[in-house]
Design a protein around this ligand. Structure first.
Ligand code: HEM
Length: 271
């Protein structure tokens, strides 16, 4: 049928389809040239469905795991029992999660806390009463620390129950023992920081015990206190150990621990 301009509706539809096809072709061309560019392929590694010529093949599935910063911590193939929550109870993963939570909440607390005898206790009071979310974050940090000690201990018990301390995993068990020690040291150094009566006397007891070390007792106690008796020097010393030294060391040991789980052939078999 003709309209006033002398063109049929069929003709209009034909032009519309051609324009749409042209746009589609243009888009495909620019997508192909973007996906073929060096920038694109340097970001999306082989196996990514965002790369040119992607196909859902076993090789590409393996690449997805190998080439992703987070996935590559996992093996390409896992044993069926290894993904059963009831085998590991995810206790190792939970310990790691708690460590991340403690790092994030700890950084928040650092914005408001000054490690001197004159300021520490007041800063904690201010955190509890005047800082937005201060009390919540402080308690997340406190409870997180208690939970991490418990979850690391339970993880160790699970590993022991499954006999995963035996070859070839004996080295990772030793790394684990160091991790347990570091977790306890992180907990204990954090204990002094509120600078209240509980903290002062707990650290007095702890450092006095250190003083009973055979032969070097006095030296050990002096190194722990940073002075003859508990003082601002002790607080500064334990603060640095708590926020910097022990976290740094535990991260290194965790990296070796995770790497070793992979190298020992994934987690141990079922009982
Ligand atoms: C900060 C503390 C720790 C973290 C974050 C951690 C994390 C992990 C993770 C994620 C796994 C993989 C399997 C699983 O989740 O159970 C694992 C396995 C293992 N962990 Fe730990 N772990 C810690 C402490 C320990 C301790 C204290 C021990 C023993 C003394 C230990 C010994 C082992 C062993 C032997 C394996 C291999 C288990 C198997 O093959 O079944 N870990 N750890």
């Amino acid at each position: 049928m003709a309209n006033g301009n002398g063109q049929g509706t069929n003709g209009q539809a034909g032009i519309g389809a051609k324009v749409a096809e042209g746009v589609r072709e243009g888009l495909t061309k620019s997508r192909n040239s973007l996906q073929g560019s060096q920038l694109w392929s340097s970001i999306f590694r082989p196996g990514s469905f965002l790369r040119q010529g992607y196909s859902d093949s076993p090789r590409n599935r393996s690449y997805v795991i190998m080439n992703n910063v987070l996935y590559h911590l996992h093996p390409v193939k896992v044993k069926r029992h290894a993904v059963k929550v009831s085998y590991t109870l995810c206790l190792g993963g939970l310990s790691f999660f708690l460590f991340i939570l403690l790092t994030v909440t700890g950084i928040f607390l650092m914005f408001f806390y000054r490690p001197t005898a004159a300021q520490a206790w007041n800063d904690i009071k201010t955190l509890e009463t005047a800082v937005t979310f201060g009390s919540l974050v402080r308690n997340m940090h406190r409870w997180g620390a208690h939970l991490m000690v418990i979850s690391v201990f339970l993880h160790m018990s699970r590993v022991f129950y499954h006999g995963a301390y035996k070859p070839p995993r004996e080295f990772n068990w030793v790394i684990g023992v160091v991790l347990l020690l570091l977790t306890l040291l992180l907990s204990f150094t954090g204990y002094l920081l509120p600078w209240d009566q509980l903290a002062l006397w707990a650290v007095t007891v702890g450092t006095n015990m250190g003083g009973f070390t055979p032969v070097f007792g006095d030296e050990v106690k002096f190194v722990l206190l940073g002075s003859k008796e508990i003082s601002s020097d002790t607080l500064l010393r334990w603060y640095v150990l708590h926020v910097l030294f022990f976290p740094f060391i535990i991260v290194i040991f965790m990296a070796v621990h995770f790497w070793r789980v992979r190298k020992d052939g994934g987690i141990s078999g079922p009982l």
